[in-house]
Design a protein around this ligand. Sequence first.
Ligand code: PLP
Length: 462
Amino acid sequence: MAKVAPNLDEILRLDRAHVIHPTTEFRKQEKQGSRIFVGGRGVEIELADGRTVIDGFSGLWNIIVGHGRTEIADAVAAQMRKLAYYPSFYDVGNEPAARLAAKIVSLLPADRRLNHFLFSSGGSEANEANFRFARQYHGVRGKESKAKIISRRWSYHGETRGAGAATGITAYHLFVQQDPSHAYFAPPYCYRCEFGKTYPGCALECAQDLETVIKQEGADTVAAVVIEPVMGTGGIIPPPLEYFGLIQEICKRHDVLLILDEVITGFGRTGKWFAMEHWNIKPDLLTLAKGISSGYLPLSASVISDHVYETIRDQMPEGLPFMFGLTYNNHPTCCAAGLANIAIIEREGLVENAREVGPYMLERLRDAFGKSPIVGEIRSGGMMAAIEIVRDRTTKEPFPNFEDPARISAAAFQRGLIARGMFQCVALAPPLICTKADIDRIVGILQEVWPAAEREILAAGK
Ligand code: PLP
């Protein structure tokens, strides 16, 4: 019999009284209380009530190497004993940040010339810094009016002021006026094409829409477009093959920088070290987070290409610094965690594993649920997959309030699996250490809960 934490009631009481949980309905949270997690090993996570469940979502897409890696804890402890922290403002540097930047450069395709790193604490911050770099790049060239950031509907880029505005999922914008220096264009969401077209006979109107929006806004007001290679939170939406070729042409034509947000896709999630390799994307700026440290410590990176860096370096008036910096930029201990994490990914061949196990996961999901009357489409991008739930397969009628996918994930949790109810999808993004046998366990649990879910959803739709 698994052991229940002796102080569980106290933890629950304190949590309810004092801790705000992100992206949570406060009213419901107070009533239900929290699930307290206390440990983790490999693909499994342990709860304070004694249960163990499979982490089918790698925390929040990020725990690439799985739980309980003492090797990372040791690297972090060793760095903390030497130098836990010192700011890297002005001319101060540290070894882990320098080594981590060089390590990631060695993993990136060399011809992208993405050589300059500013490490921060999370994906939102890294996007925010990249927006600043993009604006600064135009500003120092005498084009200060080029300040707007364009992103896609259904995109997710974070929650800070700029990153939150770039996030194109409207649910995040309710009750909050967004930063007005943003505009949106159509996503490559073929299942729900905004233009009513079907790929490949569509001329990629979704990509062309970027040009329409740049012209509407005025190219002289647009700094950059920020894009996830595979849309994550919006529903795991990979683009058609030719998509990024068009996007890049449009950016070049209008002197608009391309920021590639690889916060989810970086470090092997799609079966390559970086998703830019699948579509031959050549970004001017790159955003990394999540898998960079597998969440063992908060870490992200804004990576800028030589030409953006050199423009800012060479065009800034002599004696003026680049006036941007956060206390925890280039944090030595967080960078030490990143180095230890990447060493594990390399040594254990986790990118190669994702390349093999990801397609297996898609195949198993399609076999198990492809014909279900509540399933509209099953998509994947390597080791992440989404089952889009619909009320009606023919009309593709979506859910009005996203509650049904969340209900499926709640039922799966009761049977021992964390699968995320993500808007209209049930989504999986297991750690890259996942074996085919782990995938069989995950799919098996979903199969156990599916018949009841179908019955409930179909009955509710009547
Ligand atoms: N960009 C993408 C693609 C993400 O998925 C996320 C978070 O899920 C972010 C940015 C924001 O990262 P963070 O939550 O670390 O600020």
